[in-house]
Design a protein around this ligand. Structure first.
Ligand code: ATR
Length: 331
């Protein structure tokens, strides 16, 4: 398995990790526990060491799941988790972000407990809190590093300016942000800032939440279950946008067919091609898809392939989140 370093942290991760969110929520009902644990173990057996979770995924369920799966096996794992966004425990609704120093500490203690470990390898501020100075949040995270409770500090969906301010307080190992064939807005100033400061990019939703895999052939098989957040909250999956977006996916499928690989592999190869500072964390709940995704490491794109793929993002219809979701990114 190809490995890459996370910033200057000394942490080495598999270029393809596993986004674990879908095992708990947002993509339908949670995966049955035994099946989820089996998938997590098979992922390690296949060479994945980078597992990404967050306190909000299933409101603690996802971290607990990893804790149960990896008890006795943590020496083979780099675990990344995140804090900040707050949810109403009864409804699950998002009710803001708390990046206060008190919450940094409180959330970290809870995550350590749910995971059943003494140190989180990579701890991210999941969304920037507009009411707390980033220096204060990162200052407290730096204390957690000194105390040995976390190994490295990360940011998620932060603006270039926030990244610079944060990095001046404590080295930022990784920025986790959506990055894919369909979501390239960070190339303007966020990605160049990361490169300049030696910060890795952890690309989430590298498969466009499943759309780039070619699994949706037409508007009629778009996700429609009430527990799938793409049903209502994902503009790119909504009627009016999805028809046109699926035509763009057709171009990915065409390139994949010419190369004898899968559309998902082309999408992941495109992300990983950007350099050693980029790793991807596609999410899946299925072993067969995990295996397909790992096959991206053998998919070689030509200059011609890249030129065609690079034309797609500008033509995508719909934002990557609903207006409320968009309001919380790039702050
Ligand atoms: P996220 O970061 O939110 O997890 P993503 O990685 O872009 O988003 O895409 C995740 C979605 O892609 C999931 O719905 C996943 O569905 P399964 O759990 O059914 O696999 C889907 N997905 C991942 N890999 C896939 C593959 N190789 N083929 C088809 N769908 C895939």
């Amino acid at each position: 398995m190809l490995s890459r370093n996370l910033g200057q942290s000394g942490i080495s991760v598999s270029a393809i990790g596993l986004g674990c969110m879908g095992l708990s929520e947002f993509y339908g009902e949670p995966t049955q526990e035994s099946e989820a644990i089996n998938l997590l173990h098979r992922a390690v057996d296949l060479g994945i060491n980078h597992f990404d979770t967050a306190e909000i995924y299933g409101q603690g369920h996802n971290e607990q799941l990893l804790g149960k799966a990896f008890a006795g096996r943590w020496d083979q794992i780099v675990v990344a988790t995140k804090f900040g966004p707050q949810r109403d425990p009864a409804t699950g609704a998002f009710v803001g972000v708390d990046g206060s120093p008190a919450n940094v500490r409180k959330s970290c203690e809870k995550s350590l407990k749910r995971l059943g470990i003494e140190k989180i390898d990579l701890y991210y501020l999941h969304r920037v809190d507009p009411a707390t100075q980033i220096e204060d949040t990162i200052g407290e995270m730096a204390k957690l590093v000194q105390e040995g409770k976390i190994g490295a500090v990360g940011l998620s969906e932060a603006s270039a300016r926030t990244i610079e301010r944060a990095h001046a307080v404590h080295p930022i190992a990784a920025l986790q942000t959506e990055y894919s064939l369909f979501s390239r807005d960070i190339e303007k100033d966020i990605l160049p800032t990361c490169v300049e400061l030696g910060i890795s990019l952890v690309a989430y939703s590298p498969l466009g939440r499943g759309m780039l895999t070619g699994r949706y052939a037409s508007t009629s098989d778009r996700p429609t279950s009430a527990t799938d957040f793409r049903t209502h909250m994902q503009p790119r999956f909504q009627p009016g946008n999805i028809e046109s977006n699926l035509k763009l996916v057709g171009a990915i499928k065409e390139i994949a067919a010419q190369k004898g690989c899968m559309a998902a592999q082309v999408a992941l190869a495109w992300v990983l091609d950007h350099g050693d500072h980029v790793v991807a964390i596609p999410g899946t709940t299925k072993l067969v898809n995990l295996q397909t995704n790992l096959g991206a490491l053998d998919c070689r794109l030509t200059e011609g392939n890249r030129a065609k793929l690079n034309e797609l993002a500008d033509q995508v219809l719909g934002d990557r989140y609903s207006p409320e979701g968009m309001a919380a990114v790039n702050q």
